[in-house]
Ligand binder design. Structure first.
Ligand code: GDP
Ligand code: MG
Length: 311
């Protein structure tokens, strides 16, 4: 078998387990995870280098995690859906992922329609099988089979890492012959400063409830790599004074808790000591500001630093 490679987009409703699958297949934490819907806001590439085996030169899978498919009601939501569509453009294969503990409704059909329109072959991944009895799986498979003639239907548990070898094998088989798109030491295209911002946001998601997780975003303002220490200054934006009060907490306790947990995670990721400074700012209705939401896009931030076409 010659070297196979290509772009594979994971598509599904919020909370299906898409980011968990990306992290499990790449073997590194590239995307933040939470039980709260709309945790992922950008498309995230993870690169899987499949080593050569006897008789096969291996391959490369560029897996693209996407925000959950939903009806947007803000500029942020619309931007997230643009990210989803961009991930589908020109991809070689789509993994439609569903949570088998949820009943499939119009939302699921909408996801399937989006996948169909892209024209790429579609796998169906039935996720979270660790949460249902074995006997319940067959009827679910039958029900989906009626909706579309999937190239493959694979039951998995992204969390328990069940069925993932099968997914990777089948994905590689389905991909065309192709080049090594990325060098072997690269596992993502995300800049580390964006990953640091995401790790801070993950802590915010963990420690806050109700509207706050959805009303916050994190921007890394400074990222200075020193010999012994990397200094990071970041701002957590929220929409109202009351939210700022919660994020800072009594005597600054909440912010300290978020900062400490985030620092430890970033230290693990970068394998260096971190000095992390966190600020909280109120920016009313930022989710409805197209300009602000556009500024958050790290791909755009990079374009500003390096104009397209320039090395
Ligand atoms: N029980 C179980 N939970 C899972 C599985 N995969 C993901 N989850 C959980 O589902 C929630 C959403 O996961 P996430 O990957 O963020 O979903 P996404 O919104 O599709 O990216 C998290 O709490 C995960 O731990 C699975 O296979 N089994
Ligand atoms: Mg996600």
């Amino acid at each position: 078998m010659p070297f196979h490679s290509g772009f594979v987009s994971i598509l599904g409703r919020p909370n299906a387990g898409k980011s968990t699958l990306l992290n499990a297949l790449v073997g590194e934490k590239l995307a933040i995870i939470s039980p709260k819907p709309q945790t992922t806001r950008n498309r995230i590439r993870g690169i899987i280098h499949v080593p050569a085996k006897r008789g096969s030169p291996g391959g490369q899978v560029i897996l693209v995690d996407t925000p959950g498919v939903h009806k947007p009601d803000s500029s942020l939501g619309r931007k997230m859906m643009v990210e989803v569509r961009q991930a589908l453009e020109g991809c070689d294969l789509i993994l439609v992922m569903v949570d088998v503990t949820q009943t499939s409704g119009p939302g699921a059909e909408f996801v399937l329609d989006m996948a169909r329109r892209s024209g790429a072959p579609i796998f169906l991944l039935l996720n979270k099988i660790d949460r249902i009895e074995k006997g319940k799986l067959l009827p679910i498979i039958d029900q989906w089979r009626k909706l579309h003639d999937f190239r493959e239907i694979i039951p998995i548990s992204a969390l328990k890492r069940n069925g993932l070898d099968v997914v990777l094998d089948r994905v590689l088989e389905a991909l065309p012959q192709g080049p090594k798109y990325f060098p072997e030491d690269q596992i993502t295209d995300q800049p580390v400063r964006f990953m640091a911002a995401e790790i801070i946001r993950e802590q915010v998601l963990r420690d806050t409830q109700e509207e706050l997780p959805y009303s916050t975003t994190v921007v890394v303002d400074e990222f200075e790599e020193g010999e012994r220490l990397t200094r990071i200054a970041a701002t957590i934006y929220c929409e109202r004074e009351g939210q700022k009060g919660i994020l800072v907490g009594k005597g600054g306790q909440m912010l300290k808790k978020i900062g400490t947990a985030a620092r430890l995670e970033i230290e693990k990721m970068l394998d260096t000591k971190i000095f992390l400074e966190l600020f909280v700012k109120v920016r009313p209705l930022w989710r409805d500001s197209r300009e602000f939401v556009d500024q958050l896009d790290w791909r755009r931030q990079l374009e500003k630093l390096v104009p397209p076409g320039k090395p």
